[in-house]
Design a protein around this ligand. Structure first.
Ligand code: SAM
Length: 291
């Protein structure tokens, strides 16, 4: 038996089969619940990147709802999923504004208490690229979450603990005062996968959620520039350098080919034959003593 097929049959794989879970990942969400009680009091939940549906199964089995109003679960994935009782399914892309609108329609304008995302792109095997794409998917999940999550709500998402993970933590901390990175027992030790549990959703004052992606939609830049307050980052722009230095957009005479500011006493200089012709004059901006 090959190594990969043996790995798939670990204890969680067998337990998932026995318990009727669609994937062994169900245990990751169950163990996160055990530690953080993220499902307590949840009435409306969104499962992003849900297929084949084991996290949606956990949500639909554990969410109680309240008297006369059952819990609502909306599951989104690019792939179609076999139906699940009590779960509304959207076959769509979490990076699209239309998907956010569809979730809002199902909740009749009410915000969700919980958004979970176990999203994973197809891995390429190139670690840097895989980490980058996973981070982009996490940011897309955070972005759509800002459209549908209630203030004070919880966001749980898969994260790869790569070398730039602290940048992601900082971005999450802008929206959630309480961010923890958790590794459920059922997540393989050999994997850099973990889960961020972000509680107490509280976007910056004046933040306007937007699904515009300036990298994918070039025209989006125009409307991003029009966003107010903290939704638009403005950094100071300063021009620097001595105005008498060379202008990079102008042509200069070949006479100036010598380095504008040669190093002080180059080590080989004494051994070099003297250059033919008169030495070039000092370029503008370089005092004679520097040459
Ligand atoms: N949590 C699921 C479960 O328990 O059954 C497993 C999720 S699986 C590891 C990752 C899923 O992310 C795949 O089904 C994939 O189609 C989905 N996905 C990746 N990118 C997506 C995107 N942009 N929009 C929606 N789903 C996406």
């Amino acid at each position: 038996m090959g190594r990969s097929s043996k790995d798939k049959r670990d204890v969680y794989y067998r337990l998932a089969k026995e318990g009727g879970w669609r994937a062994r990942s169900a245990f990751k969400l169950l163990q996160l619940e055990q530690r953080f009680q993220i499902l307590q009091g949840v009435q409306r939940a969104v499962d992003l990147c849900a297929a084949p549906g084991s996290w949606s199964q956990v949500l639909s089995r554990h969410l109680r709802g309240s008297e006369g109003s059952p819990a609502q679960v909306v599951a989104v994935d690019l792939q179609a999923m076999a139906p699940l009782p009590g779960v509304v399914q959207i076959q769509g892309d979490i990076t699209k504004a239309s998907t956010a609108q569809e979730i809002q329609r199902h909740f009749e304008g009410h915000p969700a208490d919980l958004v979970v995302c176990d999203g994973a792109p197809d891995v390429t095997g190139l670690h840097d690229l895989d980490e980058y794409i996973q981070a982009q998917l996490l940011l897309a999940a955070l972005n759509i979450t800002t459209h549908v999550l209630k203030k004070g709500g919880t966001f749980v998402a898969k994260i790869f603990r790569g070398k730039d993970v602290t940048l992601l933590y900082s971005q999450l901390r802008l929206f959630f005062p309480d961010v923890t990175c958790a590794k459920p027992r059922s997540s393989r030790n050999s994997s850099i996968e973990a889960f961020v549990v972000c509680r107490g959703y509280s976007p910056p004052e004046g933040f306007v959620p937007t699904m515009e992606n300036p990298l994918l939609e070039p025209e989006a830049g125009l409307s991003l520039a029009a966003l107010p307050g903290p939704s638009r980052a403005i950094v100071p722009f300063v021009a620097c350098g001595d105005l008498s230095a060379f202008d990079p957009d102008r042509s200069y005479s070949l006479q100036l080919r010598a380095a504008p500011c040669a190093p002080h006493r180059p080590p080989l200089q004494p051994r070099l034959p003297p250059a033919p012709g008169p030495p070039p004059g000092p370029p503008p901006g370089c005092a004679r003593g520097h040459v």
